[in-house]
Design a protein around this ligand. Sequence first.
Ligand code: FAD
Ligand code: NAD
Length: 473
Amino acid sequence: MKKVDVLVIGAGPAGYVCAIRAAQLGMTTACVDAWVGRDGKPALGGTCLNVGCIPSKAWLESSERYHELLHKVSAHGIKVKEVTLDVPAMAARKDKIVTTLTKGIEGLFKKNKVQWIPGVASFTSANTVEVKPSVGNGDPETVEAEHIIIATGSVPRNIANVDIDHQHIFDSSGALDFTEVPQRLVIIGAGVIGLELGSVWKRLGSEVILLEAMDSFLGMADQQIAGIARKEFQKLGLDIRLSCRVKSASVVEGQVQVRYQDDAGEHTIECDKLIVAVGRKPSLEGLNPRAADILLDERGYIHVDEHCMTSVPNIYAIGDVVRGPMLAHKGSEEGVMVAERLAGEETTIHYDIIPWVVYTSPEIAWVGKTEEQLKASARKYKAGVFPLAASGRAKAMEETAGLVKILADERTDLILGVHLIGPMASELIAEAVVAMEFGSSAEDLSRIVHAHPSISEAIHEAALAVNGRSLHI
Ligand code: FAD
Ligand code: NAD
């Protein structure tokens, strides 16, 4: 029987980072992972690297370049005679990036002496798991560990009467493997995945309809930002329909017929391909947490405290399989926290200061509270806004749609939330995260010198605006 100090189950961004950090801190560490890549071989990296963050961003980048050539560069005086599209080449570029990165984790495991065990882990007690090989017919292996960290991630949610057939009806994983542009694409769910993948295929030429159950758009974002986003997505041509209850989807003569109901009644729309993107659920298949007496919460996630300890003191759980946003960076930081706490350090995470990014065009990013959340909590706040239409850099880029909004406590001026929509929002949000981690007031931020001309000046101006000191608007 193999014996280690730390066994991590799952090698997504939560698990592999946790394993590396634990090994760096001197613990003998193994990481079991069940993922099998498209080539039939075990692959590290989990959802994020194989079918999530990385492949979706590769498609977003390529499709944005294509869209720019067709629709944006002419404003700069550039005339392009012929633009052709090679979707298989785009898909191959995406695959190469994925393979390079997943192989990179193999290298990091070797360098840090993390033992990689490809297979499906199943608890047999609070200190032991049985691992069945994920490829081939090898015998199961038992691993005993002093500490076990569950990082089994999440899988897509399904909806009733819509069966994924991987030919016409797909979840997000299948939708990252299209090798031709669907003429008509319907996406159920106008959340983060729906908007990112909808943008990809719209830019590449599909007609895209998004059917969203809620009556509000991008409910978790600040609603002023969501309103601007919706207008920009409509300009791109995304047909976003709210308050839609999908009743069924069926394939008739190679076409998907989607039946849904809204306030006006029942409708049927036809498309070549349907993507279901209605959220994700914790992945517990095969894990058998009961054998170790691990409690689940009321929503089926593994119950943990603020330091990711489960109901069993030597077992921790991190990433998508526990409460909190399903974001790669949240899982990775939980992995670092748990490894360091096992080594006796007092590491914690500020869950209030986790950045969110939606990688559409314009990009949307935020950290902290939205205006709606502050109103609901009755906290008195002040807001400062700077529209990108007044930014010299945004004008030079021809990217003036968007704004920066900063929310600060009315009395203390402490920054409570920062919301961006516009170019490079995914990068700019880091400044807001640093400011909030250091307990910055809006005035502190407004007294920091920002380079000119840059989009970051809009953050400076929004901070000035919080205290009525705008200079350029
Ligand atoms: P996962 O990445 O899901 O990894 C879990 C691993 O555990 C998998 O390899 C799985 O095979 C393995 N496993 C499961 N059960 C067992 C078992 N019993 N035994 C052994 N191994 C097991 N997040 C962002 O922050 N930014 C983005 O841009 C972003 N884009 C996304 C785009 C898409 C299309 C999707 C689907 C997700 C995206 N996400 C993004 C979310 C991000 O992928 C997840 O938050 C992240 O992958 C969660 O990491 P994790 O380590 O908790 O789990
Ligand atoms: P999501 O929660 O962002 O969006 C799902 C959407 O589907 C919601 O708007 C919901 O109201 C809607 N919905 C639910 N049931 C429905 C139904 N029956 N009919 C119509 N609409 C319905 O989830 P997602 O887009 O599937 O993404 C899953 C998770 O992956 C996200 O929560 C996010 O954390 C992560 N992710 C992050 C990024 C990023 O960070 N850029 C990108 C992609 C995914």
